[in-house]
Design a binder for this molecule. Structure first.
Ligand code: AMP
Length: 298
């Protein structure tokens, strides 16, 4: 399973990523974590990134793309990964597409955690208080001033990714305002629904089936509409051929077992049949008229 978690700072990406890591035995790739480690170790990248991060700005694309490219080459990502905090700009997303294509890897989904901005400051304050209580070092960028800068860079540079991935049919949005437990459950439910993970337990399996059902029906209906459209066009040209095509459409759809799909296929088959049998009727009427005229003349 290969996922991206998208959302503003404080949306809960890190928390949800860790839960997914435990549940599905995949790795979390967090550019923020890698950069903080680089800053702590005072590596050349860390030295470049230190002030940028402390001010709430984004580190240059080429640095984070390089980090992800190296990371994707390591053996522990084989089982799957969650990208947390990457990509953050459209050029980063394009670079990721290229990297994945090159490595023959396919992204399963991008999960957007949608949150109410006014709640974010509270969340970050809670995170800081919890870290202090655990005796952990508090992040330098977890202050109200820096948070507002991080939020504004999210809005202008990262939010366009919602459109980017939605256009590519990868985006799944989850209400990030629910409790941690509820958000996790919802993420697992939609992952099961798209077939990215096996549903765990009867409840999840049932929810996944329910979530997938309308999609399957719609797909079946669309497929039927497409093939029935083709059949109708053919019917206008050659009734016999069209009847055959329509019957064929009816057969393939009945395999999909969608009621709506079957109905539209039946309609097309009926229309084609009517044309097939309708023409001789008209022809017979025309002949009858001619005969009446001839009789009248005689
Ligand atoms: P995070 O832990 O994801 O909140 O990231 C902390 C900081 O690291 C961000 O405010 C940025 O300065 C930097 N950073 C992390 N990921 C990226 C990225 N993909 N692109 C640019 N800068 C990043």
């Amino acid at each position: 399973m290969r996922l991206i978690l998208l959302g503003p700072p404080g949306a809960g990406k890190g928390t949800q990523a860790q839960r997914l890591v435990h549940k599905h035995s995949i790795v979390q790739l967090s550019t923020g974590e890698v950069l903080r480690a680089a800053v702590a170790a005072q590596t050349p990248i860390g030295l470049k990134a230190k002030d940028i991060m402390a001010s709430g700005q984004l580190v240059p694309d080429e640095i984070v793309i390089g980090i992800i490219s190296d990371r994707l080459d390591q053996p522990d990502v084989k089982n799957g990964f969650i990208l947390d905090g990457f990509p953050r700009t459209v050029p980063q997303a394009e670079a990721l597409d290229e990297l994945l294509r090159h490595k023959h890897l396919k992204l399963d989904a991008v999960i957007e955690l949608r949150v109410n901005e006014s709640a974010l400051l509270n969340r970050v304050e809670t995170r800081v208080a919890e870290m202090r209580a655990r005796g952990e070092e508090v992040r330098v960028d977890d202050t109200p001033e820096v948070l507002s800068k991080r939020l504004s860079s999210y809005r202008s540079l990262t939010e366009p990714l919602i459109h980017y991935y939605s256009e590519r049919r990868k985006l799944l949005t989850v209400d990030g305002m629910m409790t941690i437990e509820e958000v996790s459950r919802e993420i697992n439910r939609i992952l099961a629904a798209i077939g990215a993970v096996e549903p765990h337990g009867a409840k999840e399996a049932k929810a996944a089936k329910k979530a997938a059902a309308p999609k399957r029906a719609a797909q079946g209906h669309r497929a039927a509409a497409r093939s029935s459209g083709r059949a109708v066009k053919k019917a206008a040209k050659a009734p016999k051929k069209a009847a055959k095509a329509a019957r064929k459409a009816g057969k393939s759809v009945s395999k999909g077992a969608s009621k709506a799909a079957k109905k539209s296929a039946r309609r097309v088959a009926g229309a084609a049949k009517a044309r097939r049998f309708g023409k001789p009727k008209k022809a017979a009427k025309r002949v009858a008229k001619k005969v009446t005229k001839r009789r009248a003349k005689a």
